[in-house]
Design a protein around this ligand. Sequence first.
Ligand code: BES
Length: 454
Amino acid sequence: MQDVIDYLTQNRDAALEQLKELLRIPTVSADSAFAQDMLAGARFVHNSLKEAGLNVETIQTPGHPIIYAEWLKAEGAPTVLIYGHYDVQPPDPLDLWTTPAFDPDVRAGCIWARGATDDKGQCWTHVLSVAAWLKVHGSLPVNVKFVIEGEEEVGSRNLDVFLEQHKEKLACDVAVVSDSSQYAPGIPAITYGLRGILACEVTVTGPSRDLHSGSFGGAVINPVNALCRLMGKLHDDQGRIQIPGFYDSVIALTDEERAQFAELPFDEAEWLGDLGTNAPWGEAGYSSNERRWARPTCDINGIFGGYAGEGPKTIVPSKATAKITCRLVPDQNPEQLTEALKEFLIDNLQPGSELEFTSQHGAPASVADLNSPYMAAAKSAIEKSFGKVPVMIREGGSIPVVGSFKEILGVDTLLLGWGQNSDNLHSPNEHFSIEDFHRGTAASAYLWQELANG
Ligand code: BES
């Protein structure tokens, strides 16, 4: 084992260089302008896994390719399915980046680029640890299968079909994903729960063209006003979501879990200060960690319509659009709630306007077994590399594949996040601590041994 750790330590610079190469490829899955770059990203992942000594295939989908790789020579040992994603969120707004999003920069102990932490940097820790084991020993203590996809940031829309079609090939004992965060700097964590999600877009239309607001304003519907009014109805003054039936299937937090959350160190003023705001907001009766990890939400992610250029313009705009996502908790059903949201919006629509509703994607929440032998192996691997026993947390973000692994392959996922929530994922100036990149890689190398020891 120590020889693998030594190899990783000696080859840290090369590991970072390889990550930088991947970060230079602008793999923005949401925007078709980056289609060629997505292919280049897939090729890079394919070739790196092949160089590491695995059998690799690139699977075409109606969207972006999936890379599958395997090494299955550890007879009798457990089989681990490692998942990551090579796609990233759009880098906009570009002018807020200190250095360009796809020109990775090393400063202040971090690597700065879109995808540094979400998820190229984190995913790469497993590629590097597997490569190191194979280089040093010519073998691994466990069997490994990699699935690295290019559509996580757009809802993993072609992944379930792939999982269904290759169920036998993907059979495993446990899945491992590093695409989340530690609890805080110096406090490594294992995430045992994630929220689910539903995403949709809503357009309200009124008059067939923009109108002079003096000649017509006040006498016909204004779709921007109407959409804002509609969006205003989503919550009451206590932060409760008003969609009928929205909370019906929510599994309430147990007293035990609430107590466990409350034990985690949390300085609310500091947390808010870091976010640049001065007061928490949310559903009455819940702490901030409860709100972000275990209560559902309804957020408008973007709203647009009418004139947004410089100076005034006096119009009644003809349409307005909002992009909405709800974060879901066990046992909420994304399909049912998408319908409930649509009905709620239609029922509250004002006369003279029409509503177009497009569902984009959905995934259920997930909670893993805290007492499995796999959890124990992960705790021990993290403790060996980070020097501290990880705390157990839930997270508010979503990784759609985790629910699919449970449903289609019947396995739990170990969510071993090496990042920090302050890494600016989905935001300008995304970064990842280089120390955590290396510590995560070592923890991954230990994990294969710990899982084999059972
Ligand atoms: N890495 C995140 C999920 C995450 C973020 C987990 C923070 C834990 C803490 C992941 O890549 C992501 O951003 N997922 C999307 C999924 C969605 C588009 C279906 C998300 O949560 O918005």
